[in-house]
Design a protein around this ligand. Sequence first.
Ligand SMILES: [Zn+2]
Length: 396
Amino acid sequence: MRTRGIGTRVDHMSPWPFFAVVLFSKVIGHAALKAKLIGNIREGRVAHAQLLIGPRGCGGLPIALAYAQYLLCQEPDEADSCGKCPSCLQMGKLEHPDVHLIFPVFFSEKVKVCEPFTAQWRQAVLQNPYMDVEQWRDQLESENKQLRMGVDIAQEIQRKLSLRSFLGGYKVMMIWLPELMDAAAANKLLKVLEEPAPNTVFLLVSVDPEQLLATILSRAQQVKVPALRPADLADALRDRFPELAGDEAMAIALRSEGDLLEAVDMANNSEEELFVFFRDWLRACYRREVGLVLEFGEAFQKMGRERQKSLLRYGLYMIRQCSLQWQNVPELVRVLGQEHEFVLNFSKLLNDSNAEGIRRELEAAHYHVERNANPKILFTDLSYRLTGLLRMTATA
Ligand SMILES: [Zn+2]
């Protein structure tokens, strides 16, 4: 196994092992959805506003890009755009003059629109079309600033809509993460969506539709993009990480729960360090080794948010495996080697009064890390609660 020290972060931007995606055939998985979208275009059913909704790492943006390329392609066939016509070639560089790109940015005194960042966004997406907002933030090197979309961006959209189509066909307004629009911007966007311009297609790509105005949700045709199927994700991993042995690709695909970014992070980073951290930390909690627990808290803080989330998700996965063992269905346990040994031992500490509680605590911690809680306080508090739960005896 490859190992790195706890807390090192993978540079998601380079070298990204996946193709720049603009052809449907390069988008991982989603066979049925791709066929349906292509069918819609071929039958002339192109909704004026479409909202692609799917979790992190599922490929909402790559699908939207492939859709735009197909829509604008001069010689599409039944399965894909041609990839060779002038329109496709421009799309391949994300430089199609009729495809407008809108995304969150960080504001400065003078700049509150997308245009000055377009070249950077284009480059980031070509390197990693599956990127999430944190990777975009890293790219902008604006670690502590909030990425936003304000009313200036809504005006930018209106301005771009007033441009004539260069090639005489559809104009596409691609809006990545519209949920980050503030209220004023969202209301302005709503007005635009209510007065559809001819031959203009809005493609909105959202990972968190609950943050969107209900009125925007109702104005757009919703396209649900599910998490990747484990088999599709494992195939993609095997293609790009030939060094993954045996069933390792499938193990990662299952553990990442259909999130390509998570899976790549797992493939790049040894799982072993997560395992060792998780095992030794729980052991310290159980033994009430306060000093050691505090040291784990320090290490946790230094990990960086993505890795902290990975650790908690990994913990949840391991606790699920332990629960299966404890519930006497060992045939459902999906771990190998030393993880299996851990599951056999740790599952003995589980009982009907703590198993559910441990899961809930890890889930809550993941939720709070995502929302920027102070990692050290959160982790110390979590450790304290786990100690209580682990030392709980069965009620029966
Ligand atoms: Zn083409």
